[in-house]
Design a protein around this ligand. Structure first.
Ligand SMILES: [Zn+2]
Length: 100
């Protein structure tokens, strides 16, 4: 597993700056070569898929007789783990791709 790198100069981004970009808090500009970067369509698809998982857990666990409290605990642990790992699944390119 590795953090996203710049497609031009191969600068490796820090986890903190990668997570900010994923939540749209700032544009991704390589601090090394100043290239404007965009996540690939594949990365965005992966991200939307993994973000659905905790939601499924939230909806499905009550059907298995798991208490409300435990469902929420599992949901937040899962969500936190996904957030922590998400930047490792991202790839950036220097031009914007359509979603599909
Ligand atoms: Zn760069």
């Amino acid at each position: 597993m590795k953090l996203p790198i710049c497609c031009k100069c191969h600068y490796s981004f820090r986890w903190r700056s990668a997570i900010k970009v994923l939540f749209g808090w700032k544009r991704f500009i390589c601090p090394n070569c100043k290239t404007k970067l965009y996540p690939t369509a594949e990365s965005r698809q992966k991200a939307s898929f993994v973000l659905i998982l905790p939601l499924l857990v939230l909806l499905l666990l009550p059907f298995f007789g798991i208490s409300f409290l435990w469902t929420f605990i599992i949901y937040f642990v899962l969500l936190a783990s996904i957030m922590a790992l998400l930047p490792f699944f991202y790839t950036f390119v220097d031009e914007e791709e359509p979603f599909w």
